[in-house]
Design a protein around this ligand. Structure first.
Ligand SMILES: NC(=O)c1ccc[n+]([C@@H]2O[C@H](COP(=O)([O-])OP(=O)(O)OC[C@H]3O[C@@H](n4cnc5c(N)ncnc54)[C@H](OP(=O)(O)O)[C@@H]3O)[C@@H](O)[C@H]2O)c1
Length: 302
């Protein structure tokens, strides 16, 4: 299916490991035969050696190194998963080895057009560490020439990890907020319900079990129902009942507007020095009682 036998994961930390775990879990004709993982330090490399000491990783062999140039020169394709502020320096150090190779990046805030200065074939993806545990959403941004040459390959490879959603470069900031950050927002909601249950006398185990089952079954309902979420909410409320009362109380706390409606997403960049910017993803509002919330802070190479 493809001529990509060796994949190098440059900067294989939390996110790189999550993606690789999701790729070797299932047999795929797109899966590389050999994966080279790089880190900055021997300590992190040792942890990867233990994590990826897998007797039968669907026929995939692993190699570990702190030498990015060695990894890049051996690889047919690369996955860049280092921190944003290091991306430029690392790409510059390996650019002579990658200009004709497929370069996949999961670095937040590092656009496809900037990657194109390093390779002819680039694409950006966004996912979250959910992939370490289960299938999750993966956004994919690529230009038409990459789609023509590697579209099927990427589709096959990434669909092992989750559901692919094609997005344009203009959609990437909000995509990063939803796919990259909103897992944490959802967990905060789950944790708040559990704490609420405990504060009203439930044991931790009971509060956790009922919260997780409720969230799991709600998501299954949304996935299988023909109705929209709004229609399902209307079906859940009884006039004068406790559910509508609870929804109105959430609105008093500006729950919905905090998440989306009367707020607009702003990306504020603060120049720190010639190479590094700090990016704040901020939800802002004109409401003086409800100031902006900083949701994510990232360092990005300029
Ligand atoms: N974490 C998430 O949920 C998430 C979600 C979506 C996207 N992302 C994106 O994924 C990227 C990585 O995030 P992360 O959370 O996985 O970070 P992380 O766990 O800190 O991993 C970064 C890795 O890069 C390595 N590294 C540092 N300098 C290097 C160098 N010069 N050469 C090779 N490797 C080097 C580090 O090695 P050492 O440990 O030895 O320093 C570490 O293994 C970021 O750009 C982020 O925007 C993350």
């Amino acid at each position: 299916m493809s001529d990509i036998n060796t994949l190098a994961v440059i900067g294989c930390g939390t996110m790189g490991s999550a993606l690789i775990q999701s790729i070797y879990r299932k047999v795929s004709s797109s899966a590389p035969k050999h994966i080279i993982l790089t880190t900055a330090t021997d300590k992190s490399l040792e942890k990867l050696r233990i994590k990826f000491k897998i007797p039968n990783a669907n026929g995939i062999s692993f190699e570990f190194t702190t030498n990015n140039r060695l990894a890049a020169s051996k690889a047919d394709a690369l996955l860049l998963s280092c921190k944003p502020d290091l991306s430029l320096e690392i790409l510059n150090s390996i650019k002579q080895d990658i200009k004709d190779k497929l370069l996949i990046s999961i670095v937040a805030g590092f656009s496809n057009s900037r990657l194109e200065t390093f390779s002819k074939y680039t694409c950006t993806i966004m996912a979250s560490i959910v992939l370490s545990y289960t299938s999750g959403p993966i956004s994919l941004t690529m230009n038409p020439s990459v789609a023509a040459r590697y579209g099927d390959y990427l589709d096959n490879l990434l669909s092992q990890a989750g559901s692919i959603i094609l997005v344009t470069e203009d959609e990437s900031d909000i995509t990063n907020a939803i796919i990259g950050s909103a897992t944490a927002f959802t967990l905060l909601y789950v944790e708040s319900l559990i704490q609420g249950g405990i504060s009203k006398g439930l044991t931790y185990d009971k509060a956790k079990k009922m919260t997780l089952k409720m969230v799991e079954s709600t998501l299954k309902m949304v996935l299988t129902a023909g109705e929209s979420s709004e229609e399902l909410i209307n079906a859940l409320v009884t006039p004068g009942g406790t559910t509508i009362d609870g929804l109105l109380t959430l609105e008093e706390g500006k729950f919905r507007s905090t998440v989306t409606l009367d707020r607009k997403l702003e990306i504020r960049c603060i120049l720190k020095n010639d190479n590094v910017r700090i990016m704040h993803i901020v939800f802002t509002s004109d409401d003086p009682d409800s100031p902006g919330i900083i949701c994510t802070i990232n360092m990005i190479a300029n």
